[in-house]
Design a binder for this molecule. Structure first.
Ligand SMILES: NC(=O)c1ccc[n+]([C@@H]2O[C@H](COP(=O)([O-])OP(=O)(O)OC[C@H]3O[C@@H](n4cnc5c(N)ncnc54)[C@H](O)[C@@H]3O)[C@@H](O)[C@H]2O)c1
Ligand SMILES: O=C(O)C[C@H](O)C(=O)O
Length: 317
């Protein structure tokens, strides 16, 4: 076991995604302390106890605690927000706007008060709108607040390409931008396997099919599970972003960032490639896009604007 870095991570929500985030962060010893907070404090304490008992077997030294008391989250270096309802089969992520919007406001109130220097990664759906609302309620600089979706959507596409080409998934690269919804924007020409364009290995029609499966990748799992949604890959994605920030790894990852003119968009959070480092979003990277992708980016932004309007209509924004 190595010395654990003196850092504190809070994971808000001790449900499927939250407990998986806590487990992965602890396994990686990303912090000396992981606090799991949930309105269901008994569940948070139970998960923390179970995880703490896994530590001896798995060989990590992070202290994990569970609580329903916001005070226990004070002075966190990084907060991952997973609190809120998942969708059920037949629902869209936008159906969660009101219920999860209220959760975001409640959570942001104590994060702002107790951990003003924290980096915040939002996972709760509908992602782009929830990260927007969370940042609005926090009042933090935009670079301190990001949303996780693009890493997950890109990982799904990477997996589907690996399957279709018969190659190892770690060699596959892909980039998915835009909203975390059916209008997301996979970039087929940028998919590659160890530098070899995926389009040299499979046909454009095959790659289009994989992109389409990626657009509906979340719903595919929701349907299979019957209740709740994906959690292993989402947690791995959120913790990869957390590691890039806390360890100043400066990874170039697709994540939801507040746009300030990039891609011709202003004032909305949306999935774009960004460098994540010690200051949070160090830089948003603007890729040259062909006409088709540019049109898709405008369309996907429109879906986020619609959700933001709905939040305003509810008086939450
Ligand atoms: N961004 C993504 O790519 C992505 C991926 C997977 C899941 N999600 C979203 O993450 C969220 C969580 O999913 P899950 O599967 O963990 O759900 P879950 O139902 O298993 O867990 C949610 C937890 O949040 C808790 N909670 C509710 N209100 C709270 C509050 N105010 N403070 C603290 N905790 C609170 C609940 O008690 C519950 O334990 C959902 O909105 C889901 O759609 C997003
Ligand atoms: O699909 C969902 O509702 C959960 C998450 O956004 C996902 O993509 O797995």
């Amino acid at each position: 076991m190595q010395a654990v870095t003196q850092r504190k991570i809070t994971v808000v929500g001790a449900g499927f995604v939250g407990m998986s985030c806590a487990h992965r962060a602890a396994q990686l010893e990303l912090a000396s302390e992981v606090v799991l907070i949930d309105v269901n404090g008994s569940r948070a304490r139970g998960i923390a106890l179970d995880l703490s008992q896994a530590a001896a077997i798995e060989g990590w030294g992070t202290r994990v605690s569970g609580t329903d008391d916001p005070q226990a989250t004070a002075d966190s270096d990084l907060v991952i927000v997973t609190a809120g309802k998942p969708r059920q089969p037949g629902m869209s992520r936008s159906d969660l706007l009101e219920v999860n919007g209220r959760v975001m406001i409640a959570v942001a109130e104590y994060v702002r008060r107790l951990s003003p220097a924290a980096h915040v990664i939002v996972v709760t759906n509908p992602l782009d709108t929830m990260v927007h609302l969370c940042r609005h309620a926090l009042g933090f600089p935009a670079r301190q607040v990001t949303g996780m979706a693009g890493v997950l959507d890109s990982a799904r596409l990477r997996y589907f390409i690996a399957e279709a080409t018969g190659t190892g998934v770690v060699d596959v690269d892909a980039m998915v931008m835009g909203a975390h919804g059916d209008s997301m924007v996979p970039l087929p020409k940028r998919c590659s396997v160890s530098g070899v364009p995926a389009l040299d290995l499979i046909s454009p029609a095959e790659l289009d099919e994989l992109s389409d499966r990626t657009r509906h990748g979340g719903a595919e799992i929701v349907k299979l599970l019957g209740t709740g949604s994906a959690f292993f890959a989402p947690a791995a994605a959120a913790v990869a972003m957390a590691a890039s920030i806390l360890n100043d790894e400066r990874r170039l990852l697709p994540c939801a960032c507040l746009l300030n003119g990039e891609y011709g968009l202003e004032g909305i959070y949306m999935g774009v490639p960004a460098i994540l480092g010690a200051r949070g979003v160090e830089r948003i990277v603007e890729l040259p896009l062909d006409t088709e992708a540019r049109i898709a980016m405008q369309k996907t932004a429109g879906t986020i604007e619609d959700d933001l309007d709905a939040l305003r209509g509810l008086g939450l924004l």
